[in-house]
Design a binder for this molecule. Structure first.
Ligand SMILES: Nc1ncnc2c1ncn2[C@@H]1O[C@H](COP(=O)(O)OP(=O)(O)OP(=O)(O)O)[C@@H](O)[C@H]1O
Ligand SMILES: Nc1nc2c(ncn2[C@@H]2O[C@H](COP(=O)(O)O)[C@@H](O)[C@H]2O)c(=O)[nH]1
Length: 185
């Protein structure tokens, strides 16, 4: 059975880092999602996201889409299919409203990984080290979506594989165990 590893967690927790690890170590592709937000330094269209205008975003066929902060984000059916053509296991980074949609629509395929840190205050420092500007960080940390994604509601708690990413090596080891359990069924 095809598996969709859904990675969620607050901004800066390491979702992209873990998704890249899955690609590098296991050849697990990430479903590239769409957004209207501008590119960050170092990001590439078609690699990190499909960067869309408000008009082009409206024309896509979405599995789900949300507003996060000031921008639109969405996972298209085409992008999901494209990833599943490459591999039976794929990853997808979404915020928690998107997780609800996938757990409801694809309950057997969805494997939900929630990343956390012991000290949420460390997230701002990670974003700064990533190169986000002070104003981007302030805006992000004060958004209701960021605050919401610092914790899980009861429904999501029941379905989550919770991985603490205080140490990247420890988080990778936890991911290794999860992949082993998925490939041994
Ligand atoms: N365990 C860790 N310890 C220290 N730094 C880390 C750790 N994991 C990831 N990082 C770094 O933290 C920064 C943010 O990581 P990443 O971009 O993966 O987060 P994210 O959850 O995808 O964030 P966003 O939702 O804002 O896109 C990156 O510079 C990354 O290298
Ligand atoms: N529900 C969805 N959430 C998505 C999607 N693509 C990304 N995201 C989430 O948005 C926030 C902000 O992302 P950033 O790259 O600007 O830091 C983050 O929590 C992502 O997980 C999507 O298609 N659907």
């Amino acid at each position: 059975m095809k598996k969709l590893i859904i990675i969620a967690g607050p901004s800066g927790v390491g979702k992209t880092t873990i998704s890249r690890y899955l690609t590098q170590k296991y050849n697990i592709p990430r479903v590239i999602t769409h957004t209207t937000r501008p590119l960050r330094s170092g990001e590439q269209d078609g690699v990190d996201y499909y960067f869309e205008s408000a008009d082009s975003f409206r024309q896509l066929h979405f599995f789900e889409h949300v507003k996060y902060g000031s921008y639109q984000y969405g996972s298209s059916r085409e992008s999901l299919q494209k990833s599943f053509e490459k591999s039976d296991i794929v990853s997808l980074i979404v915020e928690t409203a998107g997780v609800h949609t996938y757990l409801q629509e694809l309950p057997a395929q969805a494997v939900f990984v929630y990343l956390t840190v012991s000290e949420p205050a460390e997230l701002a420092q990670r974003l700064e080290e990533r190169g986000d500007t002070k104003s981007q960080i302030e805006k992000r940390l004060h958004s209701p979506e960021f605050k919401r994604d610092l914790a899980l509601d009861d429904d999501l708690l029941q379905r989550a594989h919770i991985i603490k990413n205080d140490s990247l090596d420890a988080a990778k080891a936890a991911i290794d165990q999860l992949i082993e359990s998925l490939t041994n069924v």
